[in-house]
Design a protein around this ligand. Structure first.
Ligand code: ATP
Length: 298
């Protein structure tokens, strides 16, 4: 039995670094190229497993080399990949150009992720066996909706990262136990820009943990006003996937029986560790590093 199941996207990030972004129609020489397993679903699964969770990933990759390498990366992090579907459609890819100074462009080709338009029996069975389900919005909305309803009906805790940002149908929010938006996503869904007010609005519909980057997070429920969850003061070098690390580690802690304040503190610590290193899923810390960090600041 997996404590945490992640139904979400798996992409290979194809990252080119350049001195500057090319103009329209222009070809320029790049500097470096690297391939990193990514996609919000895979990132969250890897973060949860590295933090000590028992994690299964439910998603889809192509029957191709990129798919095999993503599965190997998930397995190397300790993630159970037996529920991953192999498709004739190629593995999803994110084509990322990063200029010196951090400006970037990203084109995501969903590929195999886009074939998941309904809840497959293997994925439903994985949810049935889990304590906590992690969802994001990089799969087609119908499967996210179906998974949330399936989990809700069975009492499986459902955590939704509403990224990429989009308005959410009422029935989806009603089936979610905890919504974890960043500032931009919260403003779009709640219809107000101020994070405190957005947290108040969203908390009427489900528990909400609104992340604010280096300013930490706000946690609110229907019965409580938003409370601040402090971030740890660190020097960030790359905040890519900080949110995914935060959610993955939060879920691993909750599934292991931690109370919400303790789970949020572990998630903040893990995200603070991850932003001090370059990379995405590859910068998610192990349980031992999180423990050592928390021991050092206690
Ligand atoms: P991403 O899209 O890059 O995955 P996000 O926008 O979803 O990130 P953020 O709100 O930026 O998520 O960050 C999530 C959490 O990570 C924050 O609530 C905080 O605890 C931690 N964090 C992010 N940036 C920093 C930072 N510079 N220093 C310390 N902690 C940070």
């Amino acid at each position: 039995m997996a404590d945490v199941v992640v139904l979400g996207s798996a992409n290979m990030d194809l990252v080119a670094t350049t001195a500057r972004l090319p103009g329209r129609g222009e070809t320029i020489a790049g500097e470096q190229f690297r391939q990193v397993p990514g996609g919000k679903g895979a990132n969250q699964a890897i973060a949860a497993a590295r933090a000590g969770g028992t994690v299964r990933f439910a998603g889809a990759v192509g029957d191709d080399d990129l798919g095999r390498r993503i599965l190997a990366a998930l397995a190397a992090a300790g993630v159970d990949t037996t529920a991953v579907v192999r498709t004739d459609v190629p593995t999803g890819t994110a084509h990322i150009t990063v200029a010196a100074g951090g400006d970037n462009t990203i084109v995501v080709v969903p590929g195999a992720n886009g074939t998941l338009t309904e809840l497959l029996p293997a994925h439903a069975a994985a949810i049935d066996a889990a304590d906590t389900l992690l969802l994001q919005l990089e799969l087609p909305l119908p499967v996210v909706r179906a998974a949330a309803h399936h989990a809700h009906a069975r009492g499986v805790r459902t955590v939704l990262t509403p990224a990429p940002a989009r308005p959410l149908p009422d029935d989806l929010l009603a089936a979610v136990d905890l919504l974890v938006p960043n500032e931009h996503e919260a403003a779009l869904i709640a219809g107000v820009d101020d994070p405190y007010q957005a947290a108040q609005v969203l908390a009427k519909r489900c528990d909400v943990l609104l992340t604010l980057g280096e300013r930490g997070a706000l946690y609110a429920t229907a019965d409580t006003e938003p409370v601040a969850v402090p971030a740890f003061p660190v020097t960030a070098v790359d905040t890519t996937a900080a949110g995914d690390t935060f959610v993955g580690v939060l879920a691993a802690a909750l599934a292991a029986g931690a109370a919400m304040p303790e789970a949020m503190r572990r998630a903040s610590a893990a995200a603070a560790l991850s932003v001090q290193q370059p990379g995405a899923s590859d910068s998610a810390p192990t349980a031992a590093r999180i423990d050592a960090f928390l021991g050092g600041v206690a």
